[in-house]
Design a protein around this ligand. Structure first.
Ligand code: UN1
Length: 483
């Protein structure tokens, strides 16, 4: 079997691990194992399944430091953010485990006597998951814990840039008592992902990644389906700063939102939409702060910004900046790849602020997935909201203002799945639904209780204990007796 290497993006000579390049036959075997284990798992009561998920959370919490170091090494996140990624999975375990002892359905009064009606949930079977590298612990947890709670088996294909994180996460689950065959990991590139999406033994497919790949996964999954399909795709998230905003807060929010995780979150702030009255001062202060950020080895405490994921990402981001300049934007700071002492071959890109961007520019419409903030000036608040909504994506948005009326108009008028007031576009919490409108997804939401709904089927149950045939709609309003 051929293999591939996962490397540290800050120092590519540091090989994190070597993994098999799985193909379609390996996916077949993995699906068969997960399906066989799923039958016994689904027979366990939900609270018993929840206990195992809670235990998985405790294993991850016990090893939080090791997980954090691994996330930092393999995905290039600075330590504090790597810790947040791991904590998100611990929180998810707690939340999902609690759902094992919560209501799973509704009882509804029947229109007929001596009859009960209720809804419940049943597992779908095996869920195929395709996950990215940018939240290499959190995103698998968003998918795997709810899928397990709902009684499913799992086959997961993690990004080729984060196989070690996924393997460590699944090992923690197994240590906690998840049956060994129930969660299968397949490694590699497009082939195992494509095989998973069309596999007849996979009843649901959950994908987080880019729009173009998401479209391919969706088409493949439905051509051989239908099957449950959840897509979490990109974002082009905007922060609107009104002239009445607390500018200190807005500067903090913009810098963290745009350059946290080196701009590689689907929730990253990539557009700053601002009134000309405050644009000059705001941009100047953001530029100053960006230039003070310490770029470096993410495993070193105190480093603010780590690398992007690969050398080809730096090329792609540089290309997008160059195209923006061609279209008329100005580089206020950054805009280029950079080397870092002690990080030979590391893929670093300087935090970048572009001014003079217009809504029609590509840099204002396309996801960058890198540390680039495009500044757009608008004449008024209505225009700001129009510009926020002018892109194909609809994941996250933020508005900074001290005016409650303006804040609520923004909440109402912005067409995204998540809106923040006086907080950056990143930082969603796990008990709340996560996902977006338009091309960001297909309507599903992860996290929250919707996470469990995503991986189960509703069953509606009617029990008639009258001992006679009762007819809904007919017995209650017989024709001829007035209806
Ligand atoms: C992602 O980038 O795919 O809201 C997930 C946030 C994080 C999750 C981001 N809690 O920024």
């Amino acid at each position: 079997m051929t293999t591939f290497r996962s490397v540290n993006p800050a120092r590519p000579d540091d090989v994190v691990g070597e993994y098999p390049t799985h193909g379609a036959a390996d996916v077949d075997a993995a699906v068969a194992r997960a399906a066989a284990a799923q039958r016994a798992w689904a027979r366990r009561p939900a609270p018993a399944r929840a206990d195992v998920i809670a235990a998985a959370g405790r294993v991850i919490a016990r090893d939080k430091e090791a997980f954090t170091a691994l996330v930092s090494r393999e995905a290039g996140k600075v330590l504090v953010e790597a810790g947040g990624d791991v904590q998100e999975a611990i929180d998810m375990a707690d939340f999902v485990a609690g759902q094992g002892r919560a209501a799973w359905g509704a009882t509804v009064p029947s229109e007929l006597g001596d009859k009960l009606c209720w809804t419940t949930r049943q597992p779908v079977g095996v869920v195929g998951m395709i996950t990215p590298w940018n939240f290499p612990i959190a995103i698998p947890s968003w998918k795997i814990f709810p899928a397990l709670l709902a009684g499913n088996g799992v086959v997961i294909k993690p990004s080729e840039h984060a196989p070690a994180c996924c393997a460590a996460f699944v090992a923690a689950c197994v240590e906690a008592g998840v049956p060994a065959d129930l969660v299968q990991v397949v490694h590699g590139f497009a082939e195992p992902a494509a095989a998973l999406a069309v596999h007849p033994g996979v009843q649901a497919v959950s994908f987080t990644g880019s729009v173009p790949t998401g479209r391919k996964v969706a088409v493949a999954a439905m051509e051989t389906g239908p099957r449950l399909l959840s897509l979490e795709l990109g974002g082009k998230n905007a922060m609107v700063v009104r002239a009445d905003a607390d500018l200190d807060l807005a500067v903090d929010g913009a810098v963290f939102g745009a350059f946290g995780t080196s701009g590689q979150r689907c929730t990253s702030t990539s557009r700053l939409i601002v009134h000309p009255d405050v644009a000059g001062e705001l941009v100047e202060r953001i530029v100053k702060r960006s230039e003070q950020l310490r770029l470096g080895d993410p495993q070193e405490p105190g480093v603010d910004v780590g690398p992007v994921i690969t050398g080809s990402s730096t090329d792609r981001i540089a290309g997008m900046v160059a195209a923006a300049v061609d279209e008329g934007a100005t580089v206020a700071t950054g805009g280029r790849p950079v080397t870092v002492d002690g990080c030979d071959g590391g893929a670093f890109f300087t935090p970048t602020v572009l001014t003079g961007v217009r809504p029609e520019h590509r840099i204002a419409r396309e996801e960058v997935f890198g540390p680039v903030l495009a500044v757009l000036e608008v004449a008024g608040f209505d225009e700001a909201l129009e510009v926020v909504n002018s892109v194909e994506y609809g994941l996250s948005a933020a508005v900074y203002t001290r005016d409650i009326n303006a804040a609520l108009r923004a909440v109402d008028g912005i067409d995204t799945g998540i809106v923040y007031v006086n907080a950056p576009t990143i930082g969603a919490e796990i008990p709340l639904p996560f996902g977006g409108t338009k091309h960001t997804g297909n309507g599903f939401r992860e996290a929250g209780t919707r996470g469990i709904e995503q991986f189960s089927q509703v069953k509606t149950v009617y029990v008639d204990y009258s001992g006679r045939l009762q007819k809904a709609q007919i017995d209650t309003h017989p024709v001829g007796e007035g209806s």
